[in-house]
Design a protein. Structure first.
Lengths: 265, 619
C-alpha cells in the first residue's frame, strides 16, 4: 500500500507561548518543536497499515528547514521517506495556500491513502485534511478513532453524540485522525530506528519543483489573515469573603456573589 | 511544565560546554550527528515522561512481593520495561557488534538522567543487566558470550552483581561463597548473597548472576576472589534451559526504591548450582574494579537525577503556592499575598538546588565524556590521560552525586513546607529513594578511602596534577573575562586550599600519623567535590556570559534597564543569566568556605580517634 502522511510541526504543547511584537504571530525563537500530536496518530495508523499490507509510508510536510527534525523523527518511528516543501514564497500563506502545495506534492506520489491529524495543536483550524482531499478529489473521512483497509476500501470508526458511526470509502481516500494519545498510542522511535532514519530519503522541494505557481498559494492569494492574537485572560485571584462579617453575613455575601456575580445559583 | 530534567541545561552541558558534537568527527562516532543525539534525548524524555514516571509512585506504594520463592515487581513496571528494551536503550552505548547501538557514553548518560529521574527503581533492572553484560562481554569466554550475551543486551534476560554477604559488605575480601572445580572446568557454587538488586523478579524469564566466590584453596582476602557467571537457568548438554539451583530466600523491606527487588540469594542449596569462571582464577577483584567506574558513575547519576526532579518539582510548587506577603509589606494585613518564590529564603533554597543540580550534571557528563575520550583516544598517552581523569573523578561523582543529591531532595521538602512531608506530594519519595545511593556500590566512606588511599597516591600524584593541569588551561581563558573576576578569585583561593590540604594529607600518610588522612578522607572528598563543581560552574558562567553579552548586543541593550528588559522578554537571555547566577551562588556561598574546610582537615584534630570507646556514651 502506498501511504502518505501529512505531517505538521507545531510548538511543544508545554512550551510557553509568547506573542510577537506585531501582535499577529508568536515568538518562535527558543520554542521546542514537535510533530503535531494528531499527525503522530496518523503516522502510527500508517505504520500499522503498512505492517498489515506492506508498502511504503511517505511523509509530506511544508515549513522551514527545522521541520526536517520532525520528519526524521517520524522516519525513526518507521516511515520510509519524506518530502519537505520549503519555499520562502509560502511564508504568510493561509491554510488553502498550504493545502494547494501539499496536494501538489501528494499528487506526485499518487498514493492509495492519505492520513493526517484532524487538527493541529497550534492554530487548531481543522481545515488542512478536508482541503487537501477536496483539491485531490478524494473522499474525506474525518476524526477516525479506528481505521482498517483491505487495500481497496478504507473503513473508519468515529464517535458521534452518544455512539459511534462506521464509514467506508473507496481508495484513494483521505482520513483525518481523531481520538487521543490513549486511543492511538503512537510508538516511540527506537534507537535502531533513529540510526536508520538518517539514511532514509528526504527530498526538499520548492513550489517550482512541484509545478505550483507561487502566486496561487503565497500570501497574496491568502483569503484569510490573522489580524490579532491575544493570550487567554489571566486567571483572576480567588476572593475571600470577610469584611468583618459574622458567619451569617459571610454566608449571605457568598450566596449573593454566587447568584449575582458568578451566576451559578 | 516538564518536571524531570531541565533539557535546556543538558544541551548546554553537551553542546556548549563539552562540545560533544565534535565526537562525531571521530571514526567510531562518524555515523552520528548532533541531530541524532537530540532525537535520542527527545525520545528518552518522552518514554521517561509517559511510561516511567506514571509507574514511579505506583511502584513505591505497591512495592515488590515475595511469594514462595518468586518475586513479583509492581505490575506497572512491565510495560515500560518492555518498551525500554524494545527501543534498544539498554545497550545504547555498546558496540553494534554485540547488539548495542554504538552511541557515545556521554549521550547515553544524558538519556539515563531522564529515565533515572522518572523512575529509578525501575531503571535499576536494566541498569544492573547492563553492568553484568559488560562484564561478560569484556571477560567472558567466547562460548559464554555466545550463549548469554545477546539476550542480556536486548533485555530479554536480566543480570545482577552478587558481591555482598552478611559478613562481607564493605569488606568484600571477607566473603565465604565457595567454588569447587568440576571435571569439565565449570564450578559448583555454594553460598549465600544478600542485598542483591534484581536478584529475582518476573520481568524476565532468566537472570544471569555475576557472583564473587573463592575457589577452594585460594588465598584469603581479596587476592583469592574469583568471579563466576551463574545463570538462574543454565543450558544443559542438550542445549535446554534447566534450573540451576539459585533460590531467592526473601526480599528486604526498605526505606525507598520499593519497586526494586533487594534479594537474599542462596546458591547451591541442593548442591546443583553451576558457575562458569570469568577471566582468570583469583582475578575477581581486578575484574570488578574494571567495571566499578561505570557502576559508580551510574549511582552518581541516581543522585543527580533525583536532585534534578526534586528541584523542578520544588520550583513549580514555589511558583504556585501562595503564602505570605512581600517583605516590604510584611506588617500590612491587607497586603497582597504572593507566591512563595517571592520570598528571599525560598529563592535561596531554590538557588542551592539549582546550582547543586547543575554542578552535578556537569560533573557526571564530563566524566562520561572522558570515558568516550578513552574509547577514541589516538595514542596510549591520550588514553591514559583520560583514564586518569575518570579514575580520579569517579569516587567524587559517586559520593557527591549521592550526598548532594540527597540534600537537594531534602531542600525540596523544605520548599514544600508541611505538604512536602506528606505522601500526598511526590518529594518525600524522592528523598527516600535517593538515600540508598550513598550506601551501595561502596559506601561514601569507602569512596573517600578510594580517593585518598588510592587515587591521590596513584602514579605519584599524577592523577591529581593532570586534572588541575587541564582545569588551569581552561581557567586561563576564563580569566580574560573581567566580569567574573570576583568569582575567579574565590575559586583560585579554594583551589589553593584544596592543594594545601592534599599536600598535608600526603605528608601525614608517610608518618606514624597515617590515621589522620583516613580520618579526614570524607571531608577531603567533599572539599574536592566542591572545588570541582565550583570550577565547572565557573566554566559554564564564562560560556553563558559570552552568549548573554551577544544577546544584549543584538538587542542594542546598553544600560542596566535595557538589559533588564531583555532578560524579561528573551528566554535565552534569562537562561544564560541563570547559568551565571548558579556560579555566583555556589562560589559565593560554598567555595568561600573552602579555606575553613581545609583548615579543619589540616589542624590535625584527632579527637575522634583519641576518645575512648566508652567516652562516646556510658550506655
Ligand atoms: C537496597 C540495596 C541494594 C543493594 N544492591 C546490591 C547489589 O546489587 N549487589 C551487591 O553485591 N550488594 C548490594 N547491596 C549491598 C551494599 O553494597 C552494601 O550494603 C554496602 O556495600 C555496605 O555494606 P554493609 O551494608 O555490610 O555495611 P558495612 O560494611 O557494615 O558498613 C557500615 C558502616 O561502616 C563503614 N565502614 C565499613 N568498613 C569501613 C572501613 N574499612 N573504613 C571506613 N568505614 C568503613 C561504612 O562506610 C558504613 O558507614 C545493596 C544494598 C542495599 C541496601
Amino acid at each position: 500500500m502506498n501511504i502518505v502522511v501529512l505531517l505538521k510541526q507545531t510548538p511543544d504543547t508545554e512550551s510557553v507561548i509568547r506573542i510577537a511584537g506585531d501582535g499577529q504571530s508568536i515568538v518562535t525563537a527558543d520554542l521546542k518543536w514537535i510533530i503535531n500530536p494528531y499527525d503522530e496518530f496518523a503516522v502510527e495508523a500508517a505504520l500499522r497499515l503498512k505492517e498489515k499490507h506492506g508498502g511504503t509510508v511517505t511523509l509530506v510536510s511544508w515549513g522551514p528547514r527545522r521541520v526536517v527534525e520532525s520528519i526524521r523523527t517520524a522516519l525513526a518511528m518507521g516511515a520510509d521517506s519524506g518530502v519537505l516543501i520549503d519555499d520562502p514564497a509560502l511564508t504568510g500563506s493561509d491554510g488553502l495556500g498550504a493545502a494547494k502545495a501539499l496536494a501538489a506534492a501528494v499528487q506526485e506520489i499518487a498514493p492509495d491513502i492519505v492520513l493526517c491529524g484532524s487538527r493541529a495543536v497550534d492554530y487548531d483550524l481543522a481545515e488542512r485534511g478536508p482541503m487537501v482531499a477536496e483539491l485531490l478529489g478524494y473522499p474525506h473521512l474525518g476524526l477516525a478513532v479506528a481505521l482498517d483497509s483491505d487495500g481497496s476500501v478504507v473503513t473508519i470508526e468515529r464517535p458521534i453524540e452518544g455512539g459511534k458511526v462506521s464509514l467506508a470509502a473507496d481508495l484513494p481516500a483521505l482520513v483525518t485522525m481523531g481520538g487521543s494519545h490513549a486511543v492511538w498510542n503512537p510508538r516511540y522511535a527506537s534507537l535502531p530506528g533513529i540510526m536508520k532514519a538518517k539514511k532514509k530519503p528526504l527530498a526538499v522541494k520548492t513550489l517550482a519543483d512541484l509545478g505550483v505557481d507561487a502566486g496561487d498559494c503565497g500570501p497574496d492569494a491568502a483569503k484569510i489573515r490573522i489580524t490579532a492574537l491575544e493570550p487567554p485572560p489571566e486567571r483572576a485571584p480567588g476572593r475571600i469573603i470577610d469584611g468583618g462579617l459574622d458567619l451569617d453575613g459571610k454566608a449571605k455575601a457568598l450566596a449573593r456573589a454566587l447568584r449575582e456575580e458568578a451566576k451559578v445559583l | 511544565m516538564k518536571r524531570l530534567v531541565d533539557e535546556r541545561d543538558v544541551k548546554f552541558v553537551l553542546y556548549e560546554q563539552l562540545r560533544v558534537d565534535r565526537l562525531c568527527d571521530h571514526p567510531r562516532y562518524a555515523d552520528f550527528s548532533p541531530e541524532m543525539f537530540d532525537m535520542a534525548i527527545e525520545q528518552a524524555e518522552k518514554l521517561a515522561d509517559n511510561e516511567f514516571y506514571p509507574a514511579n509512585k505506583i511502584g513505591d506504594r505497591e512495592g515488590c512481593r515475595f511469594d514462595n520463592g518468586q518475586v513479583h515487581v509492581p505490575a506497572a513496571f512491565h510495560q515500560p520495561y518492555r518498551k525500554y528494551c524494545e527501543g534498544g536503550w539498554l545497550a545504547m552505548c555498546d558496540a553494534p557488534e554485540v547488539g548495542g547501538q554504538g552511541f557515545p557514553v556521554v549521550v547515553a548518560n544524558a538519556c539515563i538522567e531522564f529515565f533515572a529521574a522518572a523512575n529509578w527503581a525501575l531503571l535499576m533492572y536494566p541498569g544492573l543487566t547492563h553492568g553484568a553484560a559488560r562484564l561478560l562481554e569484556r571477560h567472558g569466554s567466547e562460548e559464554l558470550r555466545e550463549l548469554y550475551l545477546s539476550q542480556m543486551y536486548s533485555g530479554q534476560w536480566g543480570g545482577t552483581m552478587c558481591l555482598t554477604e552478611a559478613g562481607a559488605g564493605s569488606d568484600v575480601g571477607n566473603l565465604r561463597t565457595k567454588a569447587a572445580r568440576r571435571p569439565d572446568g565449570s564450578f559448583n557454587i555454594e553460598g549465600q548473597k544478600i542485598f542483591i538488586s534484581s536478584g529475582m523478579h518476573d520481568l524476565t524469564e532468566n537472570i544471569i548472576h555475576m557472583v564473587l566466590a573463592r575457589i577452594e584453596g585460594a588465598p584469603k582476602g581479596t587476592r583469592g576472589i574469583s568471579i563466576f557467571l551463574v545463570p538462574r537457568l543454565r543450558y544443559d548438554e542438550q542445549g535446554q534451559l534447566v534450573d540451576n539451583d539459585v533460590n531467592c530466600g526473601g526480599i528486604e523491606h526498605k526505606m525507598g526504591i520499593h519497586g526494586s527487588a533487594t534479594c537474599v540469594l542462596n546458591f547451591g542449596e541442593n548442591g546443583r548450582c553451576i558457575g562458569y569462571l570469568l577471566g582468570k582464577e583469583n582475578s575477581g577483584m581486578r575484574i570488578m574494579f574494571d567495571m566499578m567506574n561505570e557502576a559508580r558513575l551510574f549511582v552518581g547519576m541516581q543522585g543527580l537525577a533525583h536532585a534534578s526532579t526534586a528541584y523542578l518539582h520544588a520550583l513549580q510548587y514555589a511558583k504556585d503556592r501562595v503564602q505570605g506577603s512581600p517583605i516590604e509589606s510584611l506588617k500590612d494585613p491587607n497586603a497582597k499575598r504572593v507566591a512563595i518564590i517571592e520570598h528571599p529564603d525560598v529563592r535561596r533554597m531554590l538557588m542551592f538546588m539549582k546550582s547543586g543540580t547543575e554542578g552535578l550534571r556537569a560533573m557526571m557528563h564530563l566524566t562520561a565524556y572522558c570515558l568516550d575520550r578513552v574509547r577514541i583516544a589516538q595514542s596510549d598517552e591520550e588514553r591514559e590521560l583520560f583514564q586518569d581523569y575518570v579514575d580520579l573523578l569517579i569516587p567524587i561523582c559517586k559520593s557527591m552525586g549521592s550526598d548532594l543529591g540527597f540534600r537537594v531532595c531534602e531542600t525540596a521538602i523544605q520548599v514544600y513546607g508541611g505538604y512536602g512531608f506528606t505522601s500526598e506530594y511526590p518529594v518525600e519519595q524522592f528523598l527516600r529513594d535517593c538515600k540508598i545511593a550513598s550506601l551501595y556500590e561502596g559506601t561514601n566512606g569507602i569512596q573517600a578511602l578510594d580517593l585518598v588511599g588510592r587515587k591521590i597516591a596513584m602514579k605519584r600524584g599524577r592523577l591529581f596534577k593532570n586534572v588541575f593541569k587541564a582545569s588551569n588551561e581552561i581557567l586561563v581563558k576564563i580569566k580574560a573575562n573581567y566580569r567574573l573576576r570576583d568569582l575567579i578569585r574565590i575559586y583560585e583561593e579554594a583551589q589553593e586550599s584544596l592543594i594545601q590540604a592534599t599536600k598535608f594529607l600526603g605528608l601525614k600518610s608517610m608518618t606514624d600519623e597515617f590515621h589522620v588522612p583516613i580520618l579526614c578522607a570524607k571531608p577531603y572528598l567533599d572539599l574536592f567535590g566542591e572545588v570541582v563543581i565550583g570550577f565547572l560552574l565557573l566554566w559554564q558562567a564564562h560560556i553563558a556570559d559570552r552568549r548573554l553579552q551577544e544577546i544584549y548586543k543584538d538587542h542594542n541593550a546598553k544600560d542596566a534597564e535595557a538589559c533588564g528588559q531583555v532578560l524579561k522578554s528573551n528566554r535565552s537571555a534569562a537562561f544564560y543569566r541563570g547559568k551565571v547566577a548558579s556560579a555566583e551562588f555556589f562560589i559565593n556561598q560554598t567555595l568561600t568556605q573552602a579555606a575553613g574546610k581545609a583548615r579543619a582537615i589540616m589542624n590535625n584534630d584527632k579527637s575522634a580517634l583519641e576518645i575512648p570507646d566508652d567516652g562516646f556514651a556510658l550506655v
